[in-house]
Design a protein around this ligand. Structure first.
Ligand code: HH2
Length: 286
């Protein structure tokens, strides 16, 4: 394989990476939709997933457990019960689904229901059965950097050399995945913004995104509506942070991010179209 292809993979999960992919965030948790019971929540989530595809999402990332600090933990059974009907309906529509989970049993149920990609914020560290499951299924996987758990990560945000340590620890997660038999081309990596990183650390990491390219895997960047955007943009309400999130997404695209995990799919897709059109000398008005 030529060296530039190793450093900058051109395909992942069946997608052409010559432009950044938009991954829409779909949380199937009781608090993310009206409290009209499980069926109503699933129906609303399915409609939201279809709308994301219409709006330009390449992938819909489905999660059944909130990882916000203070959120209550759910069992893998409960998590699967929330996401499986939604995955089944959206996969039948031909939508590419990633399952956002740390639990191997949920990964298995989601893949059985038609999900194509595993997205694990623990980098396959949380559940000892997860890496062998992903290897056996041969599916693409996103390994995110975090220290501790969502409940304890705040205590672990101490670094002597932030960027170096995050890159090294991500490389360790990647190496563990390879050891478990996961193919190198299946792996995408994510610096894990907001996970065991506080305030300015996220900005330092963001400015250093280019250094993560050297790991040789597609990079996923998930900053949409996160607290550091609120701090920089002076917006306390997460639902009103989409403009700042789009600015950050374009910055990440400029730094080589391959996958952008976002809430505002339509806004991000339009911004990316504009960003590409302006950067492409071959395009012109008809
Ligand atoms: N962030 C959240 C969840 N999953 N996965 C990846 N790969 N990267 C991320 O940055 C990431 C992720 C944040 O989760 P939560 O706080 O529950 O909010 P939301 O899912 O609405 O973003």
């Amino acid at each position: 394989m030529p060296i530039d292809e190793v450093l900058s993979p051109r395909r992942w999960a069946g997608f052409d990476l010559s432009r950044p992919l938009v991954m829409g965030i779909l949380n199937v948790t009781p608090d993310s939709f009206s409290d009209g019971g499980r069926f109503a929540v699933a129906e609303a989530a399915i409609a939201a997933g279809r709308a994301m595809r219409e709006a330009g999402a390449d992938i819909v990332d489905i999660g059944g457990e909130s990882t916000r600090p203070g959120a209550e933990a759910v069992t893998s059974e409960e998590e699967s019960a929330r996401v499986v009907p939604v995955i089944r309906a959206l996969a039948e529509d031909g939508i590419a689904i990633s399952i956002d989970t740390r639990n191997a049993a949920t990964m298995a149920a989601a893949l059985d229901a038609g999900a194509r990609i595993v997205n694990d914020i623990s980098g396959l560290r949380h559940d000892p059965r997860a890496a062998s499951l992903v290897a056996a299924r041969g599916c693409p996987v996103v390994l995110m950097h975090m220290r501790g758990t969502p409940a304890t990560m705040g205590c672990h945000a101490h670094y002597a050399d932030l960027v170096r340590e995050v890159i090294d620890e991500l490389a360790q997660r990647r190496d563990a995945a390879l050891q478990a038999g996961i193919a190198p081309e299946a792996i995408a990596l994510d610096p894990g913004f907001g996970f065991a990183k506080q305030g300015k650390q996220n900005v330092v990491l963001f400015r250093s995104l280019g250094r993560f390219q050297a790991l040789g895997h597609p990079l996923l960047v998930g900053v949409s509506r996160k607290r550091f955007i609120g701090a920089l943009a002076g917006e306390a309400d997460p639902a009103r942070r989409d403009a700042g999130s789009i600015a950050a997404a374009l910055f990440a695209a400029n730094r080589g991010a391959a996958i952008l995990r976002v809430h505002d799919v339509a806004g991000t897709a339009q911004a990316l179209l504009m960003w590409r059109a302006l950067g492409d000398e071959a395009r012109h008005f008809e």
